[in-house]
Ligand binder design. Structure first.
Ligand code: PLP
Length: 275
């Protein structure tokens, strides 16, 4: 099956899809995005993802080039056309195309593109737990916007990978944990689920919200508040969540082993919340 792209209102083979050099996404990372994966062939939590896309657009004062039902329709069509067992859909909206200057024309039309690629099967090795590193929080104070400006995230993710680790966790000078470069952080202490509150310093993950909702249904006590690195290191369980990984147990942070160094029971229970 070929990977496909949606560009200029058409589905075409991915390798034939090109962006004009004056696209403000290319020039300034002036845009927003979503990553949606399918489960059992259906886009999982698509409504929530598209609503967040709208919030991101509002956050950067960008007029969406299509309505949410139209976007939903394009995504469903792309998934059908691609024909993969499970698909990873990448949706990007940039402010539009015009010669480079920092400010933009009021009438600029946003540029919508998507890619449809196979969603790789979950690597069972990851279920054994991963190691992560901590890195200084060097990002801006609107991390709630899912912006394509991701330089700090990619630099820190690269640092993690080069240290043989799976993720990098942003930690403030005051010792507060925020989130990973591409996922939210949770820990369990005394059977209670903790995660940093969804403010402007983290992206409020769709997976994060889903887990909190499911945990409530299953009677798991949960607390959203400022969380310190010190208490995370002493937690019974730690995990990272995102649309592409669901839940990734963390068994080591820098040089500290979490609990007995193996994923705990809550991580397994919560992983089973996913269809
Ligand atoms: N935080 C950041 C910085 C991310 O990039 C992501 C996902 O890409 C997440 C959190 C998790 O978000 P979601 O669960 O919606 O995939």
């Amino acid at each position: 099956m070929p990977e496909i792209a949606y560009i200029n209102n058409n589905f075409i083979p991915l390798e034939k899809a090109f962006i004009p050099i004056n696209d403000r996404g290319y020039l300034f990372a002036d845009g927003i995005y979503e990553v949606i994966v399918t489960r059992n062939g259906k886009p999982f939590l698509i409504k929530e993802h598209l609503e967040r896309l709208q919030r991101s657009a509002d956050g950067i004062i960008l007029e969406m080039p299509a309505s949410l039902p139209e976007l939903s329709e394009i995504i469903e069509t792309g998934i059908r056309k691609a024909g993969f067992t499970e698909t990873m859909v990448y949706v990007q909206i940039t402010r539009g195309i015009e010669p480079r200057r920092h400010n933009y024309s009021a009438k600029l039309r946003a540029n919508l593109t998507m890619t449809f690629r196979p969603h790789p099967e979950y690597d069972p090795q990851l279920a054994q737990g991963v190691s992560i590193i901590t890195v200084p929080e060097i990002r801006w104070s609107r991390c709630d916007i899912k912006s394509i400006s991701l330089l700090p995230n990619i630099m820190m993710k690269q640092r993690a990978v080069e240290s043989g680790c799976q993720e990098a966790l942003f930690v403030t000078e005051e010792g507060l944990i925020h989130e990973g470069t591409a996922g939210n952080i949770f820990f369990i202490k005394n059977k209670t689920l903790y995660t940093p509150q969804a403010d402007q310093y983290i992206l409020n993950g769709i997976t994060r919200s889903y887990i909190l909702q499911q945990a409530a249904i299953h009677g798991i006590k949960q607390i959203e508040r400022e969380c310190t690195l010190q208490e995370t290191l002493k937690a019974d369980e730690v995990f990272i969540t995102s649309s592409t990984v669901d839940l990734l147990p963390v068994v080591k942070i820098d040089d500290s082993t979490i609990a007995n160094g193996h994923p705990g029971p809550f991580s397994k229970v919560i992983k089973n919340f996913f269809p």
